[in-house]
Design a binder for this molecule. Structure first.
Ligand SMILES: Nc1ncnc2c1ncn2[C@@H]1O[C@H](COP(=O)(O)OP(=O)(O)OP(=O)(O)O)[C@@H](O)[C@H]1O
Ligand SMILES: [Mg+2]
Length: 239
C-alpha cells in the first residue's frame, strides 16, 4: 500500500525495556518514532541486544515494559497481515524448496493465495519481479540449500519485498554480499522504502554502509539506544 500521510509514524516505542528476564534487561528505549519513508540503522556490539530489539518490534519477543505500536496496532495486537516485513538474521528459509516458492510465501501474505499452485497470478508475478530485482532469476527453480549465503540473504530480501510491507525490519541483510551486489540490494530496498513510503529499521555493523543507506544511525550501548549525529558525537535519543 504505497503513499499515506508522509509524516505518519509507523513504528512507535515508548518506555520500552527489552530482554528475556526482568532481572537482566538488555536495554531501555525511552522514545523512538520511525515515520513513513524513514530509514534508521542500528549498530552496536555483538550480543548487546539488536536482534532482540528487532524481534520485540516484530512481536516475536515480549517487551519487559513499555508500549510498541506498528502501523497503528499496539503490541500484542499485530499489524494487518503483510504490513510488516521482517528479514531475520537467521533467514528462516525453507531450505529444500525453490527460490520461487520461498519468495511466494512472502507475497501470499498480501495476496491471500493458499498453496503455491493456487496462489494468484498477481502473487506469482510479484514474486518473479522481486526475484529479478535481487538478481536471482537464473536461480528461480533452484532449492535454497544449494545457494550461497549471500544468495540466500537475497532470497529473504525478495520474500519481504514481495509482500509490499509498510514497515521493514532487516537484521544484517547486507552481510555476506560482495560490494556490487550489496549496493544493488541496498539500493533496491532504499528505492522501495522511498517509493512506497515505508519505514525501515535495519541492523548494520558497518558504519560507512549504514551512513550510505540510512537517514539516521543509532547505536545500542550502555543499556540504551543513542543517536549518532554527523559529528560522531553521541547523545541520548530525545524526541
Ligand atoms: N531466546 C533467548 N533467551 C535468552 N537469552 C537470549 C535469547 N536470545 C538471545 N539471548 C541473549 O540476549 C543477548 C542479546 O542477543 P541479540 O541476539 O539480541 O544480540 P545482537 O546485538 O543481535 O548480537 P549480534 O550482533 O551478534 O547479532 C545475548 O546475550 C543473547 O545470548
Ligand atoms: Mg543480531
Amino acid at each position: 500500500m504505497p503513499g499515506g500521510e508522509s509524516n505518519q509514524i509507523l513504528v512507535q516505542l515508548e518506555g520500552v525495556v527489552i530482554g528475556y528476564s526482568q532481572d537482566t534487561p538488555l536495554a531501555e528505549i525511552s522514545s523512538l518514532n520511525v515515520r513513513c519513508g524513514e530509514i534508521i540503522a542500528i549498530a552496536g556490539l555483538s550480543g548487546i541486544g539488536k536482534t532482540t530489539l528487532i524481534k520485540t518490534i516484530a512481536g516475536l519477543v515480549q517487551p519487559l515494559a513499555g508500549r510498541i505500536s506498528v502501523c497503528g496496532a499496539e503490541i500484542p495486537k499485530r499489524p494487518d497481515r503483510g504490513n510488516l516485513g521482517y528479514i531475520p538474521q537467521r533467514l528462516g528459509l525453507v531450505r529444500h524448496a525453490s527460490v520461487f516458492h520461498n519468495v511466494l510465501i512472502g507475497s501470499r501474505a498480501t495476496y491471500g493465495g493458499f498453496l503455491g499452485v493456487l496462489a494468484s497470478k498477481d502473487a506469482k508475478e510479484m514474486a518473479r519481479k522481486s526475484i529479478e530485482k535481487m538478481g536471482l532469476t537464473e536461480k528461480i527453480w533452484e532449492p535454497v540449500r544449494r545457494l550461497s549465503g549471500g544468495q540466500q540473504r537475497r532470497v529473504a530480501t525478495a520474500r519481504t519485498l514481495a509482500q509490499s510491507p509498510r514497515v521493514i525490519l532487516a537484521d544484517e541483510f547486507l552481510s555476506e554480499l560482495d560490494h556490487e551486489t550489496m549496493s544493488n540490494v541496498s539500493e533496491t530496498v532504499v528505492n522501495y522504502a522511498r517509493s512506497a513510503d515505508a519505514a525501515v529499521i535495519l541492523i548494520e555493523h558497518d558504519m560507512k554502509r549504514a551512513s550510505n543507506i540510512a537517514d539516521k544511525i543509532m547505536v545500542m550501548d550502555e543499556g540504551t539506544l543513542k543517536i549518532l549525529n554527523p559529528e560522531s558525537m553521541m547523545m541520548e535519543v530525545q524526541k
